[in-house]
Write a protein that binds this ligand. Structure first.
Ligand code: KG4
Ligand code: ZN
Length: 343
């Protein structure tokens, strides 16, 4: 086996609607490419069957581009990694099948990566890195979790959502406002020009470090219906204020629990990761908390917040170091349990 300091790993991400490939060598990212699937915008959400088909179309050109950019030929790859789960099963299968077909004839180690663990590890793609232990709020279209990170592959979920993920709440609320899919970035954009204190929405009272976002979604629907009933132009006239106010509600629900987690654990290196960590309101709230609570705050570059293969590559690098490889009979998992901890 090639030693981890020089091993060249090709990594694939196909869990949802981005087809991505990256090349990492000795823990240093050398290239990454991504093809976003435009087709879903037409339907206001990801259509799983379209996603799998689009992955099939994109995977070869995306891998070719990542290898070409890295100046590597397929023969120079020492291991191949793919997102094993969680995600859409058809989409995951495309990445898993490609990885197996690539690995088998070359007898390469095969590495399966947990998508949410990779979001956490996106903090090690580039400096500055948080110190262990740190807290990571992972906020995406499918997850909302507070993770205590003891080591690269040793993590513990302290709390999570009991229903919708916060990204899902952003997207569903944006959809009610007639904004395109995915709605999170649109809400963020309009919120920049609005007054976050104009409207007040309820917040779920959850035990400990648990979250809930389904109630606010319903409250928002009723608020919008009542507003439009009073004034048919309500949405057009108030759009920016509505976006700013609902974003403030979602962000404060996240921050309240993150502050609680930091106070309970005494950990003050605090990170955010996943698609919603691109949100400007959340980033500002993190800066404010840093000043108020003496945190060191870590936020990934924009390109590593939403789904990408660079984070799969960095996770694969640590798994390779530990010799965690899979057999060719491995199956992707739509619901994948948190991986076994390794130190
Ligand atoms: O991590 P990600 O790319 O995919 C999943 O693993 O789900 O996260 C996608 C989610 C979507 O819900 C999208 O609306 C949200 O991240 N998102 C944002 C922003 N950019 C992406 N939400 C709020 N503000 C943003 N700027
Ligand atoms: Zn993700």
């Amino acid at each position: 086996m090639v030693p981890p300091e020089s091993a060249c790993i090709l990594a694939l991400e196909t869990s949802c609607d981005e087809t991505a490939a990256a090349v990492i060598q000795g823990g240093r990212l050398i290239s990454h490419h991504l093809a976003t699937q435009e087709i879903h915008a037409r339907y206001g959400g990801v259509v799983p069957e379209w996603a799998s088909r689009a992955h099939l179309q994109h995977i070869v050109p995306v891998v070719d581009a990542a290898l070409a950019d890295a100046g590597k030929s397929p023969g120079q790859v020492d291991a191949i990694a793919f997102t094993q789960g969680p995600g859409l099963i058809g989409s995951l299968m495309v990445g898993a099948s490609f990885a197996k077909a690539f690995a088998l004839p070359r007898q390469l180690p095969l590495i399966g990566v947990h998508h949410m663990q990779a979001h956490v590890l996106s903090h090690f793609i580039e400096a500055p890195h948080p110190g262990f232990p740190f807290l990571c709020l992972t906020v995406s279209g499918g997850h909302t979790q507070i993770v205590r990170v003891h080591d690269y592959l040793d993590m513990e979920v302290l709390g999570e959502t009991q229903d919708d993920a916060v990204g899902e709440a952003f997207d569903k609320i944006a959809k009610m406002m007639g904004l395109p899919y995915p709605g999170g970035p649109w809400l963020d954009r309009y919120a920049e020009n609005g007054d976050p204190g104009r409207y007040v929405f309820p917040q779920a009272k959850m035990e400990g470090l648990q979250f809930s976002f389904s109630g606010v979604k319903t409250a928002f629907r009723l608020f919008l219906e009542a507003g439009i009933k009073n004034n048919p132009r309500f949405l057009e006239e108030e759009r920016d204020h509505i976006c700013a106010s609902i974003q403030a509600n979602l962000v404060s629900a996240l921050m309240e629990k993150l502050v609680l987690a930091s106070r309970q654990t005494g950990i003050r290196d605090v990170a955010i990761a996943g698609g919603v960590s691109a949100n400007r309101g959340l980033r500002r709230a993190m800066e404010k908390a840093a000043a108020e609570w003496g945190w060191r705050v870590f936020v990934p570059s924009w390109e590593y917040c939403t789904d990408n293969a660079a984070m799969i590559a960095i996770a694969a690098h640590y798994l390779y170091q530990k010799g965690v490889f899979l057999g060719a009979d491995v199956q992707p998992m739509a619901r994948m349990p948190w991986p076994e901890n390794r130190r």
